[in-house]
Design a protein around this ligand. Structure first.
Ligand code: NDP
Length: 390
């Protein structure tokens, strides 16, 4: 017995046990740094030579956090679940759905055990489920607040889709709930993990073409339907849904926060359809240093542009915001970056942030700031006055 324990196999086995300790779920995560420190404890007695003792990084790499998707609609089914087949640090462990047929289909398709399938009524029982470390809320915008808070109260880390919520007050409650629970909150801002958009951040914030003077940011869809046309569920029209990417683009390209906004609602070419929300909207964000960002969004016109015009040249993405197929160019030539799975990168980074005990680059506070700006844009649209963003 003693002989057996004094082998490299035994060492690896005991290290594996240590990893499965970490696999106990989110409860174990805050203590992760402590858990990882004494790897030396696992070293075999002197005289046994190890070729490659497990490092902290290797232990982290061996752990995959379980994600439960809440709301199995177009984005969860079309993008997130497929991306979770490519992730290295997290996997699709559970689902929360109000549609029994989807529960049955996803169970088969993604091999999800019954004990990890919830509906909106029994969702809070997820507190007892050690397989689920992260809850990813992919519901209509007005439902984000309730489900993020319920997830935090169930002791889970949370990813919430954009827009974070429909009011700043909701964002505050979501941030507070996660903080109180000692859990991390991240927003589904996939473009922060996309190389062309990362290049816009670099060119802008490092002032590679000098000071930015103006920005053009346009994001529009040719058509939409369902809850996106219902203000109660969506919080607004295309501004909430896709115009938010223009706000994001301006913020991460300049690295600055807008100080004021003016806005003009576009004409309603389909008043029956757009009874509740704007059909299109143009707005101008003012940034420190006199930078002006001219932005447009629409539910009846396809648009997809992020362009910065600076002292010594320009740089732009067109399209800028899709799931794939970004194209970029500067006044000096074409950009050339690899195509990546944005959602896989985004979710892997959040899992790693939890495992490594570091902050996420796309936290709840970033989502709150966008909601604050969106609210100011609507106020400017309604009052037809310049609104300061404080
Ligand atoms: P869908 O309408 O396709 O799906 C939403 C799902 O939410 C439904 O399928 C349903 O799932 C559930 N749901 C629960 N209650 C309701 C309700 N009252 N009305 C409608 N659906 C309900 O929306 P999307 O997947 O396109 O969008 C979901 C969220 O993801 C939004 O916040 C959106 O902004 C965001 N999103 C983000 C994208 C990105 O690129 N980051 C891209 C697309 C969307 P079930 O049947 O399982 O209960």
């Amino acid at each position: 017995m003693v002989q057996f324990r004094n082998t490299r196999r035994a060492f690896i086995r005991s290290a594996t046990q240590k990893i499965s300790l970490l696999a106990l779920g989110s409860q174990a995560i805050p203590a992760l740094a402590e858990e990882l420190e004494p790897v030396e404890e696992l070293l075999p007695p002197e005289g046994i030579l190890l070729e490659q003792p497990l490092a902290k990084e290797q232990i982290i790499a061996a752990k995959k956090l379980g994600i439960a998707l809440v709301g199995l609609g177009g984005y969860a089914g079309g993008q997130l679940a497929p991306a979770l087949q490519e992730t290295e640090h997290c996997y699709l462990a559970g689902i929360v759905t109000g549609t029994p047929q989807k529960a049955a289909d996803w169970k088969t398709k993604y091999n999800i055990p019954d004990k990890n399938i919830y509906n909106y009524e029994n969702f809070d029982q997820i507190i007892d489920n050690k397989d689920i470390d992260i809850v990813y809320v992919v519901l209509p915008n007005a439902m984000h607040c309730e489900y993020v808070i319920r997830a935090a109260k169930a002791g889970k880390h949370v990813i919430c889709e954009k827009p974070m919520a429909i009011t700043v007050e909701e964002c505050d409650r979501m941030i507070a709930a996660c903080k109180d629970a000692g859990k991390m909150l991240s927003i589904g801002y996939r473009l922060h993990f996309e190389p062309y958009n990362q290049e816009m951040m670099r060119l802008g914030t490092k002032k590679i073409f000098g000071e930015i003077k103006t920005i053009e940011a346009h994001d529009g869809m040719g058509d939409t339907n369902g809850w996106r046309l219902d203000k109660k569920l969506a919080g607004g029209g295309p501004l909430m849904d896709v115009g938010i990417y223009c706000v994001q683009g301006c913020r991460y390209t300049t690295g600055l926060e807008p100080i004021a906004v003016t806005a003009v609602e576009g004409p309603k070419t389909k008043p029956e359809k757009f009874k509740d929300v704007e059909e299109s909207l143009d707005w101008t964000l003012e940034f420190p240093g006199g930078i002006k960002a001219h932005c447009k969004t629409s539910y009846t016109k396809n648009m997809n542009l992020l362009q910065a015009n600076a002292e010594k040249g320009w740089f732009k993405l067109s399209p800028a915001y899709p799931y794939r197929g970004q194209q970029g160019e500067t006044s000096e030539g074409k950009m050339n970056f690899p195509s990546v799975n944005q959602q896989a990168r985004q979710m892997d980074d959040f899992a790693l942030a939890i495992l490594e005990g570091r902050a996420t680059p796309v936290p709840g506070e970033m989502g709150r700031q966008d909601v604050k700006i969106l609210q100011a844009i609507y106020k400017a649209m309604e009052t037809k006055k310049r609104v300061e963003i404080v």
